[in-house]
Design a protein around this ligand. Sequence first.
Ligand code: SF4
Length: 218
Amino acid sequence: MRQADKILFLQEKLLEWYKVSGRHFPWRNKSISNYQKVIAEVLLQRTKAETVSKFYIQFIIDYPNWKSLANANLKDIEEYLKPIGLYRQRSVRLQNLAKEMVKRNGRLPKNREDLESIPFMGQYIANSVELVIFNQPSPLVDVNMARVIERFFGPRQMADIRYDPYLQDLAYKIVNHKDAKYLNWAILDLAALICIARNPRCHKCNLTSQCEYYKVYF
Ligand code: SF4
């Protein structure tokens, strides 16, 4: 199958699967504020969604906006972030981002360059903001998304996923769709539930007929 057709197949199957089996998290709710969306994305970086979901709602209740987070006691933020690792650095980063957002009256620029220029934002969060706030087709490429793409299409060339042109190009093409957000979430959910790191549950996967990993190992 040509790469373009394979991408279409993947998009269709992922959306089909997500409708039935996608995970539900408070930050995927349509009605939440931009502040709540950004906080979720910052917490989710390099952390399991299930871990974040255990304290996310209470965190939002305690810190309902950028101002309350900017003025919070750092030790209290650390208490929340303890389960997600590197909590000291991440608490400082999160509070500094909050202070910056207070200065900007909570406004996020739509332009990519301006978005990345916000201190403490970073490439991954900038992609998340583009996706969940501005509805732009940006891929949330992390080790989990990389694993699904590599198994389905074949391995990447470079060690660092951020700079691998093959992987990044595929990721952009996959989510370049009106349902970009759902495609991202579908890949993340498939990676968490079916295409897991060790011993993927291929017998439960609807991608087997076109999956390169499946062709080699089954
Ligand atoms: S068939 Fe197996 S390896 Fe391929 S995407 Fe599905 S779970 Fe992953």
